[in-house]
Design a protein around this ligand. Structure first.
Ligand code: AR6
Length: 178
């Protein structure tokens, strides 16, 4: 477990659809109509209500975030964000990935959802190298905490053991474990 200011930060390996927090974040695409990876898992486990609400929302630009209920998931809400497709690292990917994390937390704050779980956005189908992505993810989250003193808890949920180690090692480097 890590701490930054008043926020508890955890890195866990597992399936984000099983995590009990107020909001989980979905790595969606611009249509918000579902897909593979974590997006597919969230829609499958959450049920049709999520897709129905996503249809009404009508899409989401890259780097922004939208919210639906959690349906059958243990979380109350799902925050859908869209990370960038990685091209060469020089096409604005870093800023867009930063915005995806930051804007997800902004929405969590608006809804007063003070425990939030993130998957590793863009590092699956969208091809963002995880060693680069972790730095952007952590910076966006720490910046938000510093500026807003919110949320109370952040969980990074990594699907593979390798991704978990990359995140855990990086957080160890940046924050002191307690
Ligand atoms: N829990 C936590 N992490 C997961 C889970 C899960 N249940 N399932 C997969 N991951 P990806 P992206 C990890 O491809 O790169 C979708 O089709 C996965 O191992 O889900 O942002 C969307 O509709 C990887 O580390 O998201 C978009 O079209 C990470 O989640 C596109 O993929 C992200 O991989 C978005 O691509």
């Amino acid at each position: 477990m890590y701490r930054y200011q008043d926020t508890e930060i955890n890195v866990v390996q597992g399936d984000i659809t099983k995590v009990k927090v107020e909001a989980i974040v979905n790595a969606a695409n611009n249509t918000l109509l579902g897909g593979g990876g974590v997006d597919g898992a969230i829609h499958r486990a959450g049920g049709r209500i999520i897709l129905e609400q996503c249809k009404k929302i009508g899409g989401c630009p890259t780097g922004e975030a939208r919210i639906t209920v959690g349906g059958n998931l243990p979380c109350k809400y799902v925050i859908h964000t869209v990370g960038p497709i990685y091209k060469d690292g020089k096409s604005g990917e870093e800023e867009l990935l930063y915005n995806a994390y930051y804007n997800s937390l902004k929405l969590a704050k608006e809804y007063n959802l003070d425990s939030v779980a993130f998957p590793s956005i863009s590092t699956g189908a969208y091809g963002y190298p995880i060693e680069k992505a972790v730095k952007v993810a952590v910076k966006a989250v720490l910046d938000f905490i510093e500026e807003e003193d919110f949320p109370r808890q952040v969980k990074f949920v990594l699907f593979s053991e390798r991704d978990f180690s990359i995140y855990d090692n990086y957080l160890k480097e940046v924050l002191k474990e307690n």
